[in-house]
Design a protein around this ligand. Sequence first.
Ligand SMILES: [Zn+2]
Length: 304
Amino acid sequence: MEKLTPVGRFAPTPSGRMHLGNVFAALVAWLSVRSKNGEMVLRMEDLDTQRTSAEFAETLRGDLAWMGLDYDREQVPQSQRSAAYDGYFEILRDKGLLYPCYCTRSQLHGVNAPHLSDGTYVYPGTCRNLTDPPKNRQPSWRVMVTDKVWTVEDRVQGHYELNLATDCGDMVVRRADGVYVYQLAVTVDDGEAGVTEVVRGMDLLSSAPRQMYLQELFGFAHPEYGHVPMLMAEDGRRLSKRDRDLDLGELQKRITPEQLIGNLAYAAGLIDIQVPISARELACEFSWERLRKTDIYINQQKFY
Ligand SMILES: [Zn+2]
């Protein structure tokens, strides 16, 4: 049998400069694929057209180039793909799995609604058998989930399980304003691009079972998953977009791409000595086994 070429992806949201956490996830995604001579795909996740812009998308392309993280092709941005997503929406309808949901936000986030540690509310199926739907409102659309445990064997997080019926409930796939949700768009885009490995931040781990369910319904193979640890400040705070002096625009004024990559690689356990290193050199010695599995503490002084 012919060996499958690994295909990975960058999937940034063009809503601002990349911060250190985004840079780290992008670096590991690239290293994993390039160390196996695989292909990289870039995709702009701009479903939220209020917060995203073509200018930020262009800046992101420049930022990836500055770090030496190249890619082989770019997909059509998600904001221009709603006709394609319509086709997958119809697949769900044909399977009899879709129904309209008229619940208001306050109904969904009612005081008694149980929720997961990641903050998601379990939808109790209120609108599954609605006999008298309200006529003056556009509904969102949900896909029914089944009582089944989905298992992710994650390259970093190890064994992870989720039962969509009890941990999530029927999922919204299209909002009342007609915009498709992240889970559907990502599943379709990864599937059509032939992505074989998804590498992203640990905060998206619970999305993997949701996407695996949609992959199965759409007939896509499941990719491998690697959810990389979060980057933490030394005081134990998670680094985020709010740390403006650690966004790539500010970092580029102070350090070289090799210094940036060397600092991250050392903090993540990928190299033994903290030295400047290019992405290309680092790919030669990359292995998932070396990557730290738990929160990665960043000495911020090293980025000045
Ligand atoms: Zn509902």
